[in-house]
Design a protein around this ligand. Structure first.
Ligand code: G4P
Length: 530
């Protein structure tokens, strides 16, 4: 029997982030393929979810029984127990994506080699930086015409503000992609596609020393490689594990998820360089993952996964110790002892009931409607709370009204429950109470999901009137300023959240600075607190 320490030490919990279409799903699938969790790539259901309309998407979500919005996959590889936190592949993501990153210990950033750093990568990257977690870069689609690798590296450095250190280096790209050169071992790995990437790729590895490299990759590519290596050795940052662990240096890998080129090399290096479960901050200090007491926090709530049962599943990240099915824990925010029932873990396309889990793992438990995002659960009686999950700034706003005024109660119940899951944020007019509801979302798709869910799950038709605001700021020091008297701009609107905390909405970004200038005592923040 492996000890608690061994079990925790072998865990690697990470999120994969990318702009849609960069190849995140494909890469995840290839990890599963190498981990033996699936036999043939292309079989993970819901792959095509990105291309469906909203209603189909919701149907898919139910059909699969697991969340398309962000699921967790666990598999074993070379003695490691890997938890991949998948973030939505949808064009239009929600806050879930951000929150999922709070449960991860590191992130893999997939970049399309022909496109470079794209908009959504930047957003997600910011959250990783905020948490100082290690970030690994996989430059994908090298089997297609790609941009110059040096140019890609400087773009990552400039746009994202992180240093990079290529671990391997591509030899050619597109049709003439020969393989990669490993800078640490000084070996070249060449590739031959196998079954169009459905099976693990056959690779051949050559030591640069003592091999007729010209005959393996051709003299032109060899010359180019020599030049590139010289330039890299002279100009790029050296690998430094401490900087990687602090999220200041991103190891970069090149490959092609579709054809499996570079996937296994990436996985091996990555698992070595990334971290086992990290300590987490709480109100009473840092919690070490290896301590015996079980502790976890809720980072996602998924409702109505099964319409017949109207069930809710709370997903939690285990931060310390061991979880055992049916165990009794303190629900700190609820102030009660509860038994965690129906613990589940997600494996590729199915859910399974689990008996035990360890720090680093993600489990879903049945939620009778008592959990909120950010809640702490623990077996110790210390009653600490894990650091709150920030409320991320919505970027789209709409006024929502129910069409049938008789259905006010269902409407409020639906909107509140959906907000509790964190899919939307709800606000009210400043100082006028709950008459008008303003909904804020991170991705505009959430408006459609909201309308769809209110109709299907709560039988309420609503009308949405989109508002032109794009920027939201929480007033950090409402006790020090009179919000009603803030010197605003013409595009500023005062609102408050359900707890009565004041916020400001703006149409233009420059107005934010203007208001800060006009009101020197006012402190504004981009993130709210749960
Ligand atoms: P995402 O989750 O990041 O949104 O991307 P996904 O993996 O779904 O990949 C987006 C598209 O890019 C897919 O093509 C996929 O096959 C392709 N792709 C992924 N990795 C590579 C790669 O290394 N090389 C090449 N050439 N293509 C890659 P699609 O046409 O949208 O779907 P499909 O018909 O191939 O399934």
């Amino acid at each position: 029997m492996a000890s608690l320490n061994d079990e925790i030490k072998r865990r690697r919990t990470f999120a994969i982030i990318s702009h849609p279409d960069a190849g995140k799903t494909t890469l995840t699938e290839k990890f599963l393929l190498y981990g033996g969790a699936i036999n043939l790539a292309g079989t993970v259901k819901g792959r095509k979810a990105t291309k469906h309309a909203v209603s189909d998407w919701m149907e898919i979500e139910k059909e699969r029984g697991i969340s398309v919005t962000s699921s967790v996959l666990q598999f074993n590889y070379e003695g490691y127990c890997i938890n991949i936190l998948d973030t939505p592949g949808h064009q239009d993501f929600s806050e879930d994506t951000y929150r999922t990153l709070m449960a991860a210990d590191s992130a893999v950033m997939v970049i399309d080699g022909s496109k470079g750093v794209e908009a959504q990568t930047i957003k997600l990257f910011k959250v990783c930086v905020m948490r100082h977690i290690p970030i690994f870069t996989f430059v994908n689609k090298m089997d297609r015409e790609a941009r110059d690798p040096f140019e890609l590296m400087s773009e990552i450095e400039e746009v994202l503000g992180i240093h990079t250190c290529p671990i391997n280096w591509p030899i050619g790209c597109g049709k003439s992609f020969k393989g990669v050169y490993d800078r640490q071992t000084k070996k070249i790995t060449t590739f031959t596609a196998a079954m169009g990437g459905q099976k693990e790729v056959a690779t051949e590895t050559f030591d640069v020393e003592g091999t007729d490299v010209d005959s393996v990759i051709g003299s032109d590519f060899h010359a180019q490689l020599r030049d590139d290596i010289e330039l890299l050795d002279g100009a790029s940052d050296e690998f430094d594990q401490e900087l990687v662990s602090a999220g200041k240096l991103s190891p970069v890998f090149f490959g092609s998820a579709l054809t499996n080129f570079g996937v296994e090399t990436f996985l091996e290096h990555f698992l070595n360089m990334t971290t086992s479960p990290l300590p987490r901050k709480t109100t009473t200090g840092v919690i070490d993952p290896f301590r015996e007491d079980f502790s976890a926090f809720v980072f996602k709530i998924q409702a109505n996964m099964n319409k017949a049962h109207r069930d809710r599943i709370a997903f939690m990240r285990i931060c310390s110790g061991k979880f055992e099915a049916g165990m009794e824990v303190n629900h700190v925010q609820g102030g009660k002892k509860i038994r965690l029932t129906q613990p589940q873990q997600l494996m590729a396309e199915s859910r399974k009931i689990i008996e035990e889990a360890y720090a680093g793992d993600i489990i879903g438990v049945f939620d009778p409607g008592i959990f909120s995002i950010g809640d702490t659960l623990c077996t110790s009686n210390e009653k600490f709370q894990f650091e709150g999950i920030p409320t991320f700034a919505p970027e789209h706003f709409a006024r929502v009204r129910q069409i049938d005024t008789m259905k006010r109660k269902q409407f409020l119940k639906g909107v509140n429950q959906i907000a509790q899951e964190g899919a939307i944020q709800i606000f009210q007019e400043f100082n006028t109470g709950m008459e008008e509801i303003i909904v804020g979302v991170v991705g505009v798709l959430q408006f459609e999901v909201l309308t769809y869910r209110l109709k299907n799950e709560y039988n309420v038709d609503v009308r949405l009137e989109q508002l032109p605001f794009e920027y939201i700021r929480w007033v950090e020091n409402p006790e020090e300023v009179d919000v009603a008297k803030i010197q605003g701009t013409s595009d500023m609107k005062r609102i408050c959240d359900l707890k009565g905390n004041p916020l400001l909405l703006f149409i233009n970004s420059w107005s934010v600075g203007m208001v800060e200038e006009r009101n020197p005592n006012l402190k504004l923040s981009e993130f709210g607190k749960n």
